[in-house]
Design a protein around this ligand. Structure first.
Ligand code: PGA
Length: 248
């Protein structure tokens, strides 16, 4: 039985001061055993968030890192820095990083390898544009994203990778994929992992859905067989997030 994992992706929101305020509002009711709850905060907020979350079960992550160990990479954050500041998870390949910051499949593969090498737990994002959805070639595209990202990743590392299916047309648009549409692709991703590794790996790997998840649709989405939780953007910045993690 896979434990659900529900992560709030704060994106580029919340100063360290605001981080304290938001965590103090969310902390007690998000401190639950039934699901893994994760706050994925901007790098500058990690130290503050780690302090605020001490003594809770809530896990902490950040939204990006660079794959080299250290050195002349102005503006970048290393895995070691993130871990030392108190976060253990990292998002890799979010569509905003792929689209706005031009991260390609090769970069994402290097980041996935480096996250495992340095001991960060990755949440690997994939998902198609509206154009590909309408063309009908979205599964082929997602399979390509998964195959490329997992190149050189061992079975144990694959099991330890969370995958987030986030159709780009559903992110921040208020237009959620139906639970059937989300389940279809999450099941397909699991099959792709089975083909790349084996049934044990595909049974164990956790696959989230992301894209306009809210308190009203969480139960329906997370009730699907192959959807092991969610990556939540907008609604993770509000008290609504409490109802999402307590969706049952
Ligand atoms: P959203 O964002 O919930 O605001 O659609 C999801 C995401 O981008 O992770």
């Amino acid at each position: 039985m896979r434990k659900k994992i529900i992560a709030g992706n704060w994106k580029m929101n919340m100063t360290p001061t605001e981080t304290k305020e938001l965590i103090s509002k969310l902390k007690d009711k998000c401190n639950i055993d039934e699901v893994d709850v994760l706050f994925v905060v901007p790098a500058i907020d990690v130290t503050t968030a780690a302090e605020c979350l001490k003594g809770t079960k809530i896990k902490l992550g950040t939204q990006n890192f660079y794959y080299e160990e250290k050195g002349a990479y102005t503006g970048e954050t290393s895995a070691k820095m993130i871990l030392d500041a108190g976060a253990t998870y990292v998002i890799i390949g979010h569509s905003e990083r792929r689209g706005i910051f031009k991260e390609d499949d090769e970069m994402i593969n290097k980041k996935l390898i480096a996250a495992h090498k340095f001991g960060l737990k990755p949440i690997l994002c994939c998902g198609e544009s509206l154009e590909l959805r309408e063309k009908g070639t979205y599964k082929l595209f997602i399979e390509g994203q998964i195959r490329s990202a997992f190149d050189g990743i061992s079975k144990d590392q694959a099991i330890d990778t969370v995958i987030a299916y986030e159709p780009i047309w559903a992110i921040g648009t208020g237009k959620t994929a139906t639970s059937e549409e989300a389940e279809e692709v999450c099941k397909f991703i699991r099959e792709t992992i089975k083909n790349l590794y084996d049934v044990e790996t595909s049974d164990k790997v956790r696959i989230q859905y992301g894209g306009s998840v809210n308190a009203g649709n969480a139960k329906e989405l997370f009730g699907k067989e192959d959807i092991d939780g969610g990556l939540v953007g907008g609604a993770s910045l509000k008290e609504e997030f409490i109802n999402i993690v307590n969706y049952k």
